[in-house]
Design a protein around this ligand. Structure first.
Ligand code: HEC
Length: 312
């Protein structure tokens, strides 16, 4: 009898535990599904939905450039998803991807020995896992771990200097990891399994929706409500799918100087966008940057990992 009671209690405790674990991502999941609904509705029929979603777009843009009937998985390719013109040049460039050599160099760097005989391969034995599990919430350290932070930690733990978090070797190794995950058809799967992880998600979300520079804009005004509108000669991409394809090769970064080979990390892109709003961007190691990436990555759950890729 006693044993039976003990068993039942243990079972009840277990059930409560699993229920809670599932609950921690309830808000995030609600947000993610709402975002998918929003973008699918927005791009269902842009001409017809002009009043609701595209009050500032021209007739020509709506008739001749914006693609209609987009579904969840289509959004993974950023602003090329909805732009007829953009998609054509995107497909042309991707026939001869300019980032192949960086993937190869990334693999070399991955195997290269540190002074102490270890290598990145010691810290990241499985490149596919390295390319697909970040960012994640580390329950012991109680903080978000990003791939950029993890790579530099591996280096400093082994007595090596940190790499620049935005470009060069850092971007090359990430290209190797992410392309390995892409080959295995990995999908974004950011998990929220504790109250601390849920709180980190909420802070990241808050940053996305409330940041104010001198322009008094937040990320969502451009990348949710503003998605598909034009800013100068660029169409604004949508939050959904914004983190799936990094590092990216940008024409703009490639041409800038001989120190730039065109490939950059997600943190580099994010800093650029924050700076454009007249704000000082958080550093790659900062909590704010990590939590912002955690939030954005959760929004892309279910989409294919698709890096490296190209952008204008
Ligand atoms: C004034 C409008 C504006 C605001 C506000 C803004 N961005 Fe951007 N963002 C752009 C433009 C323009 C681009 C280049 C075209 C594109 O891909 O959207 C861009 C590109 C990006 C990209 C690259 C997308 C890709 O597919 O490669 C990311 C990531 C990004 N922004 C993140 C952010 C974050 C995070 C914030 C808030 C901290 C933010 N942006 C705020 C205008 C904005």
């Amino acid at each position: 009898m006693l044993l039976k009671i003990a068993k039942t209690t243990a079972l009840a405790a277990l059930t409560v535990c699993t229920l809670n674990a599932a609950d921690f991502n309830a808000q995030a999941e609600k947000d993610r599904l709402a975002l998918i609904d929003y973008f699918e509705a927005k791009f269902d029929n842009p001409e017809k939905n002009r009043g609701t979603f595209f009050p500032y777009s021209t007739d020509d843009e709506l008739k001749n450039n914006i693609i209609s009937g987009l579904k969840h998985e289509d959004f993974a390719i950023g602003n090329y998803a909805f732009s007829k013109n953009g998609k054509v040049s995107y497909e042309e460039i991707n026939e001869f991807p300019p980032y192949e050599e960086f993937i190869e160099n990334g693999e070399k760097l991955y195997e290269q020995k540190f002074a102490n005989g270890n290598s990145l391969a010691t810290c990241f034995p499985d490149p596919v896992e390295a390319g697909s599990k970040y960012p994640y919430f580390d329950e012991e350290r109680k903080e978000v771990m990003t791939l950029t932070v993890a790579i530099n930690e591996c280096r400093t733990d082994n007595g090596e200097k940190k790499w620049n978090t935005k470009k060069g070797n850092m971007a090359h190794v990430q290209a190797f990891f992410v392309s390995s995950a892409k080959e295995e058809e990995k999908v974004v799967n950011t998990k929220i399994e504790s109250a601390d992880a849920a709180a980190a998600y909420e802070r990241g979300k808050e940053y996305y929706y409330s940041q104010k520079g001198y322009l008094k804009l937040n990320c969502a005004e451009c990348h949710v409500q503003g998605a598909a509108l034009r800013v100068r000669n660029e169409s604004l991409s949508q939050l959904l799918g914004q983190t799936t394809h990094f590092p990216v090769y940008r024409l703009k970064w490639g041409a800038a100087s001989s120190k730039n080979d065109g490939l950059g990390t997600l943190e580099r892109r994010m800093s650029g966008c924050v700076k454009d709003q007249g704000q000082v961007p958080p550093k790659a190691e900062d909590k704010e940057m990590r939590e912002l990436l955690f939030f954005m990555s959760y929004m892309s759950n279910g989409l294919k990992i698709d890096g490296p890729d190209i952008r204008k």
